[in-house]
Ligand binder design. Sequence first.
Ligand SMILES: [Zn+2]
Ligand SMILES: [Zn+2]
Length: 281
Amino acid sequence: MIVQFWGTRGSIATPGPATMRYGGDTSCVEVRAGDGDPEHIVVLDAGTGIRRFGGSIDAATRRVDIMLSHLHMDHIQGLGFCGALFRPGLEVHLWGPSTVRQSLRQRLQRYLSPPLFPVRLHELPCDLHLHDVANASFDVPGIHVDCEFVCHPGLTVGYRLTDRASTLTYLSDHDPALGHQVFPPDPTWTSGFRLARDADLLIHDAQFTRDQYLTRAGWGHATLDHACEFALHVGARRLAAFHHDPLNDDDTIDELLVAAIDRYAPDLDVFGARDDLVVSV
Ligand SMILES: [Zn+2]
Ligand SMILES: [Zn+2]
């Protein structure tokens, strides 16, 4: 799989010299099967980064599958600004969690309708298909997808994507440890375990410093240490630290990564996700 990060923040970070390297856009990750399927693209979350993704697709693109982890604003904010949705006839599938009362379509219509947005879902010129997801598995061209609810406030799912050669797990907003560094002896108890087990690349929430976590426990996010411990617990080979706090500048994120590499290498290959980074999995 070829993975491109378009947005890696937990909320929009102010552009400037201190945020140049990691960028300021919110969650959006492009995934293509194999060596880079030219016709079919999976997009994980529709944060502000999806605007630049939409500007990057070419005429060869036949189908786009946008998979939403949940409907917090930083994960859907860019949806109405994604050029793929405005290309006549382009096959676009939107996947995301429903509630017991509302389908994904009804939930998204609250944002994609006046007064918050001028264009309604049914007015989009693409060939749009919406799918409610829960604990489920499904296939898109070249990729098998497993999807489960994970620990984060509100209905939130994680995704496990498998093509012929590799496995990628996406847990953008996730607190697997709930403040504890030791995981329970029965590993299946741990949120996200089955999704992330033996993943070649785990993209995981690493929003907070240890000090930030102390006052924000219960917000549904992790520290980089939590993410590393979880990655080791599930046997993931590489960890992309993701969903950086908008208040943490480049130097702070670098410091966290240096400390994590010092502590966890060589058992774990950890790196920082940043806007525009391309990774082969
Ligand atoms: Zn988020
Ligand atoms: Zn969230």
